[in-house]
Ligand binder design. Structure first.
Ligand SMILES: [Zn+2]
Ligand SMILES: [Zn+2]
Length: 140
């Protein structure tokens, strides 16, 4: 078993996550683009009891989602990095930003969602499962 640490840009917020994650999902939706400031988001879903806030204080912001359930985002009040979020649709899971691990060897996402909003230049891995919209019953 491996424990990984996710942290914000300034380092005051650190999250310990016990592997393996339940699912890794890439999302191309407009909300993820605005949240990350990037072309897509990669969410690493862990069982809630495998994730622990080690250091720091997070601020929260909640918004409704396409599923009809709100999502609460936790971010660093100093540097603004959003390192984890909680989709109320999946109360047993916590999503952690893949980039917050800053590990080039981190496993690849198994699925890609909202590909209708994907930037044309983003090339997906060959074996990834693709959904034009959000998948119906999956932590996407
Ligand atoms: Zn920070
Ligand atoms: Zn998204």
């Amino acid at each position: 078993m491996q424990t990984r640490t996710a942290s914000c840009h300034c380092g005051q917020l650190r999250l310990s996550c016990e592997d393996p994650p339940r699912k890794i999902s890439m999302c191309h939706c407009e909300d993820c683009k605005r949240r990350t400031g990037s072309a897509f988001s990669v969410a690493v879903f862990y069982a809630r009891d495998k994730v622990r806030l080690m250091d720091g204080e997070a601020r929260q912001w909640q918004r409704p989602s396409a599923s009809g359930f709100p999502v609460t985002f936790h971010f660093c009040g100093t540097c603004g990095s959003n390192i984890y979020w909680e989709p109320q649709r999946m109360p047993d899971l916590v999503a952690v930003a893949s980039g917050a691990f800053a590990d080039p060897d981190f496993p690849a996402p198994a699925q890609s969602v909202r590909t209708v909003e994907k930037h044309h230049w983003v090339i997906l891995p060959e074996d990834i499962v693709q959904f034009a919209d959000y998948p119906p019953r999956s932590p996407g």
